[in-house]
Design a protein. Structure first.
Ligand code: ATP
Length: 366
């Protein structure tokens, strides 16, 4: 069992409030990612969890027990750092064995445990090599092995893949995922890479300015962002956003969006009452939820635009189209014969719309 709770966690460095008020419940076995741009307080939060940084305010609990002031080695956690933090003058064996030697684990046990994790991470042939003789990917594996050998209750990862090239990064990502599926140890992972967060995580905490904006299951954060910040941070290509006015008819449930000469209308759904409103909104939609219709088509939630960018990826093509200041990206299959400058009709499925308050950015449900 290792359920981790952060309660109202805060950290100041002099006048800088690096972490303001972070509350998270991390279930046993879960893989949780702290996601956000540089400087939002991810690393500071992780360091407090590891005991490497003193807490200014708040509490940390593991399995219901308060560990806020415990020393790092008492916490049963192991951290994998961005720069690996390996001991360069030691060989791979020495690096992996180091923490166990400090704990005075009997030599035969150390040997057995080192060889077992070295085999799991496919570095057993490298055990006698010095760290300086390893590639970046091999060093990353040794760093993982060194964390794993401690058999921690909780794994902490601080952007462990950011120093690797793109191909290796993708491979190591899969290995970390596989490792987690085998060990099922509670894991907290820090990254600014939303794709990495989506692929690895059970739960994602999206952070901004020292606070958590949304915390939920990865698919939920993607499908139902509670704020425009989350909606546009997660997902590739970026969610299209249209600024304008939304009118919802409380009687019929019909809805009209208007902006800069563009008008998009959706009929109401019988038996599904709506909240009447007329508000400035930022209307969001993801590329996979925008459908390109046959030329001249009409219907619910349609608009016409002119194609101004085509991004063929092989498997799919992203089509960016504009009508005045309104711009939308649609995902389509390749070979649709769409060209730059073409006028196309797109349909925005109503259930897939993300309606954000034009002023606060908070999600609105009509
Ligand atoms: P990155 O992805 O760049 O590492 P981050 O989200 O992990 O960013 P933190 O490293 O936690 O962010 O930093 C949060 C804020 O606290 C930043 O404004 C940073 O400049 C500040 N900060 C972090 N450590 C210290 C420190 N030791 N002294 C003063 N300010 C600090």
């Amino acid at each position: 069992m290792s359920r981790v709770e952060l309660r109202g966690l805060a950290k100041s460095f002099g006048p800088v409030q690096a972490v303001k008020d972070v509350t998270l419940e991390i279930p046993d076995h879960a893989f949780v990612t702290l996601l956000g741009p540089s400087g939002c307080g991810k690393t500071t939060t992780l360091n407090m969890l590891a005991g490497l940084e003193k807490v200014t305010r708040g509490e940390i609990l593991v399995d219901g027990q308060t560990i806020t002031d415990w020393a790092p080695h008492e916490r049963g956690m192991a951290m994998v750092f961005q720069n690996y933090a390996l001991y360069p003058h030691m060989d791979v064996y020495g690096n992996i064995a180091f923490a166990l030697k400090l704990q005075k684990v009997p030599k035969a046990d150390i040997d057995r445990r080192v060889r077992r994790v070295a085999s799991a991470l496919e570095v057993e042939k490298l055990l006698q090599r010095r760290i300086s003789q390893l590639s970046g990917g091999q060093q990353q594996r040794v760093a993982l092995a060194r964390a794993m050998v401690k058999e921690p209750k909780v794994f902490l990862f601080d952007e462990p893949l950011s120093n690797l090239d793109a191909a290796l990064r993708t491979r190591m990502r899969i290995e970390i995922k596989r490792l987690h599926q085998q060990l099922r140890a509670t894991s907290v992972f820090v990254t600014h890479d939303q794709e990495e967060a989506m692929i690895l995580s059970d739960y994602i905490a999206v952070m901004r300015d020292g606070e958590v904006v949304q915390y939920g299951r990865a698919d939920e954060v993607y499908r139902k962002p509670n704020h425009i910040y989350v909606g546009t941070f997660i997902g590739k290509p970026r969610m299209s956003i249209m600024e304008g006015r939304l009118t919802v008819d409380g009687q019929t449930g019909g809805m009209v969006f208007s902006a800069d000469g563009v008008r998009i209308a959706w009929a109401g759904v019988p038996g599904r009452p709506a909240k009447a409103m007329e508000v400035e909104v930022s209307l969001g939609i993801r590329a996979e939820d925008v459908k390109i219709l046959a030329a001249g088509a009409d219907g619910d939630g349609t608009m016409t635009g002119e194609v101004n960018l085509l991004e063929p990826l092989g498997s799919d093509t992203y089509v960016e189209l504009a009508n005045g200041k309104v711009s939308i990206t649609a995902r389509t299959e390749p070979d649709r014969g769409i060209g730059l400058g073409d006028k196309v009709v797109v349909q925005l499925a109503r259930p897939k719309l993300h309606i954000f308050d034009g002023k606060t950015g908070a999600r609105i449900e009509p």
